[in-house]
Design a protein around this ligand. Structure first.
Ligand code: GCU
Ligand code: CA
Length: 662
């Protein structure tokens, strides 16, 4: 029921197609992925040799092996699907907690949920902003384990993805591969670090990749998008010891076994996503992850490769989808639905009326339908209302919601009018049609507004009698491009009784053209609201907006200051447009009226002429004046700041304004 409420409140359930092209999975495997054979030295020896893999057949699974579905692979310890929460879906372990720039920084940190950018249609993902991570409970505690996740980096320098650290050593998955330190069992002192990787380990910016690794008593299998990257014995031809250099082998340690020691059994292990013990903002330091991570699964055994490929395919298969369709049949509404790629154990249905949106009715209540059901009759539905439906299919591992259905109307006995609006893309006119129930029409008027408020709507036509009308664009009455318009029909019957239609979703059409949000405050230099810079306003690096950019002196503690007035209290998004052609992040400490708010990462943008406004923060502001200050916290001051952008998250809110500084 609570789930449904959330769904009805948010208009976020647009159907989203998977953007993933069919990844070409390599199935030719030689001497790889044999987790049960790893411990047998003979096979290891047989497998060493060069890295080339050719037309070798797939290894056949061991006799007792069962190919599972993605949901039921054995040994699952935790599953974080980031569907609007950081909780473990299996309910076995604790919810992930946001932490700061590294695993010791547990006092700050914010990680977001992107409701639209999960790996599946209809799914959400965890969004990391490059300054924070998630602390996970101790979910790696045995000599064998598997980690599977989806990652979409936003920067070329990927940073820390997954991390586990005990007193015995650490394991770090990042843009280079899987690096193990501490008790590695390598080198004279058994402590040379190893990076398990290959040249095929390439994570693409702005794209989801599936990464999985399994460890069986120190023997590593690493996969990218279902293709093997590293398997025990792959060290020939690779420089897996002593660093990332491939040419210089002088520091390599010749070994006949590339497995590492048991780091985590019986240990108090720190596990994190997006940060490690060593992540930081300074040049040369490993960066916290920036981008999205989705569907993190951890197993306490080495998952067989066939199942890892299955997990890597969960997007290719497009993930679960559900649609529900209502159909009017007398006084009943017949519901039918389709589930795709869902093994539902049960189905729940929910109804909401436009007239009483607060009252979401859980139709199935404590008695959900069987997972195999496909129809349901919502009988004797109160007449004279508009209804829409959603369904929730529960599987062993997750809960999948259908998008909200369109509204369906059950005609009543009272006078009722409705209007529908649609943009004619050719003429760019908005075409309206009026629907009446129990009304002997005398005439009607059409009202229009850019918000769903009839009280302030404008009368655009009066005394109409035809049930269709065209709201034409012309020079005298242009439509604001990309702007949604709401329409009402104010109908008068033959007795002079007036009935006004509702602002149903169908009564809304968006004018042609691109919408420019009017309530974003962009503060350029040399305008009210820009106060000062410890440095200069310059214009030598092209690509800026306004008259230039603010360049702080390259010294610690140099600041830029702004002053704004907020009219509507609430949530705002703050962005800095900046360029950083130097090497390394140039983070700044943000204060509002002297109060520290956050550290803002201003990472490299590749060139001083390459401006980005990718850094975003959510602020809760009151209706007061604010002094905004950004102070560089490294030796080089800040990146060059082109402008500051502040937008209310609620589109109804008034734009904040820049005001003169004292
Ligand atoms: C270059 C660049 C400046 C920048 C400076 C810096 O000189 O042109 O705009 O501020 O580097 O490193 O801060
Ligand atoms: Ca500078």
């Amino acid at each position: 029921m609570r789930f449904f409420k959330h769904l009805f409140e948010n208009k976020l359930v647009a159907n989203k197609m998977s953007r993933y092209a069919n990844k070409n999975l390599k199935h030719s495997l030689l001497c790889r992925n044999l987790p049960f054979a790893l411990l047998v030295p003979l096979i290891l020896t047989a497998c060493s040799g060069d890295n080339a893999i050719s037309n070798a057949p797939d290894p056949s699974p061991p006799l007792n092996f069962r190919q599972e579905t993605g949901e039921t692979i054995g040994g699952l310890v935790a599953f974080y699907d980031f569907e609007r929460s950081f909780a473990d879906v299996t309910g076995k372990v604790a919810t992930a907690q946001p932490i700061g720039i590294n695993t010791s920084d547990t006092s700050t940190g914010s990680v977001y949920i992107d409701e639209f950018d999960g790996i599946h249609s209809l799914s959400a993902a965890a969004e990391f902003s490059g300054i924070s991570g998630l602390r996970l409970p101790n979910i790696i505690y045995s000599p064998s384990y598997t980690v599977s996740l989806w990652v979409k980096p936003e920067t070329e320098d990927v940073g820390a993805i997954f991390y586990a650290q005990s007193s015995q050593g650490s394991l770090l998955l990042d843009g280079r591969g899987l690096t193990v330190t501490g008790n590695t069992g390598q080198g004279a002192d058994n402590n040379l670090p190893i990076t398990y990787t290959s040249k095929d380990y390439v994570l693409t910016e702005g794209e989801y990749s599936h990464i999985a690794f399994s460890v069986s008593y120190g023997a590593v299998n690493l996969y990218l998008n279902g293709a093997p990257i590293y398997a025990p014995g792959d060290y020939n031809g690779l420089d897996v010891f002593g660093g990332a250099d491939t040419e210089d082998t002088s520091d390599d340690w010749l070994v006949d076994d590339d497995s590492f020691g048991d780091l985590f059994s019986g240990q108090d292990t720190t596990v994190a996503l997006g940060v490690s013990a060593d992540t930081g903002a300074d040049a040369g330091e490993l960066k916290p992850f920036r981008g999205k991570i989705d569907n993190l699964r951890v197993y306490d055994e080495s998952v067989y490769y066939v199942n890892l490929i299955l997990l890597a395919n969960e997007v290719l298969n497009e993930g679960p989808a559900a649609t529900i369709t209502p159909l009017l049949s007398g006084a009943d509404i017949e519901l039918s639905w389709e589930l795709e790629r869902i093994e539902a154990t049960s189905i729940s249905l929910s109804r909401q009326s436009f007239e009483e949106p607060e009252q979401v009715l859980d139709l199935t209540g404590d008695m959900p339908l069987a997972g195999s059901d496909t129809r349901y009759t919502d009988s004797a539905v109160p007449a004279g209302r508009n209804y829409r439906y959603t369904l929730s299919a529960v599987t062993e591992m997750q809960q999948v919601f259908s998008p909200l259905s369109d509204y369906i109307r059950v005609p009543g006995r009272e006078a009722y009018s409705a209007i529908s609006a649609a943009l004619n893309e050719q003429s760019e006119n908005i075409e309206l049609s009026v629907y009446l129930e129990n009304i002997d029409l005398a005439s009607y008027d059409i009202l229009r507004n850019t918000e769903a408020l009839v009280a302030s709507a404008e009368e655009i036509a009066t005394e109409l009698t035809e049930l269709s009308y065209i709201d034409a664009v012309d020079d005298d009455s242009p439509h604001a491009p990309g702007t949604p318009y709401f329409y009402w029909a104010r109908v008068t019957d033959e007795d002079g009784v007036v009935t006004t239609s509702l602002a149903l979703p169908a009564a809304r059409a968006t004018a042609a053209g691109e919408f420019v949000p009017p309530n974003i405050l962009t503060l350029e230099e040399n305008q009210d609201g820009f106060c000062s810079v410890d440095g200069a306003v310059e214009n030598n690096n092209a690509g800026f907006t306004g008259e230039g950019f603010a360049n702080t002196d390259n010294a610690p503690g140099t600041s830029i200051r702004w002053k704004i007035a907020v009219e509507t209290p609430g949530e705002y998004s703050l962005r800095f447009r900046f360029a950083n052609g130097g090497s390394g992040d140039r983070p700044g400490d943000l204060t509002l009226n002297g109060e520290p708010i956050a550290m803002v990462s201003l990472p490299e943008t590749g060139a001083w002429t390459n401006y980005e406004n990718s850094v975003r923060l959510t602020l809760n502001l009151e209706a007061i004046e604010y002094d905004i200050q950004l102070t560089g916290n490294g030796d080089s001051g800040l990146s060059n700041i082109d402008h500051l952008e502040l937008a209310p998250n609620d589109s109804g809110a008034q734009s904040p304004s820049g005001i003169a500084c004292q």
